[in-house]
Design a protein around this ligand. Sequence first.
Ligand code: BTN
Length: 237
Amino acid sequence: MDLIFEEIDSTNDYCKRHLDTLEHFSTVQALFQSKGRGRREHEWQSEKNENLLLSMVIKKGVEGRNIHQLTQVVAYAVVLTLQEYGIDAKIKWPNDIYVDDQKICGILLEGVFGPKLCGVVMGIGCNVNTMNYQSIKQILGRDIPVAEVKSLLISKLIFCYQQYENKQYPRMLESINSIAYLKDKWIDYGKYGVVSFRDLQEDGRVKIVNQENEESFVYINDISLQKNGVNEPSFHK
Ligand code: BTN
């Protein structure tokens, strides 16, 4: 099932409301969202027709799935899609995609429980033709059909999810770690002090090492680079 709405509140919210009638791998696209949502209650605003606003529903095999891992699977699918355009994108943990220190895509995964996990909505906002933020057009210097990006992304999402189902996550994680935006960067990380970010682990934690070479394993939420004296790359908000 592939639904396209000219305007809707949020493709993620639509999927959550209609989870019962949406099949596994259904996609919902909006040309405009009136209440597009990002993580941590942020808004996700996007000019009409300019960018890809897409949600995909996962229903099969979700029970007991690790949302941290699924987020990485989606992020990896986005990077593979951008690679098709020759774009070298990186994953900024936990779920942003950066190109040249600027965010080009945000990901919002939401589980639907009833009471067990019965579906996951994978929401992706990818900047395609906007000139206000980092976008595929800004990088390539030409308009790109949103529908083309969408169909590439859907095939990568399905491919990556199937790999994940086939227990290929450890292999995928090696590639994911090789395209990590924060890897080996030294950042003042709150109570941990100045640390270097090493590899993402299978359980969703990241290994960090301080200047005394002491290791810790932490779940990464948002890492504000601004707090640490580095300019925060522009957020699509
Ligand atoms: C973030 O960076 O905070 C995540 C942004 C996710 C935006 C996408 S656009 C399609 C889907 N529908 C929404 O309301 N949000 C996600």
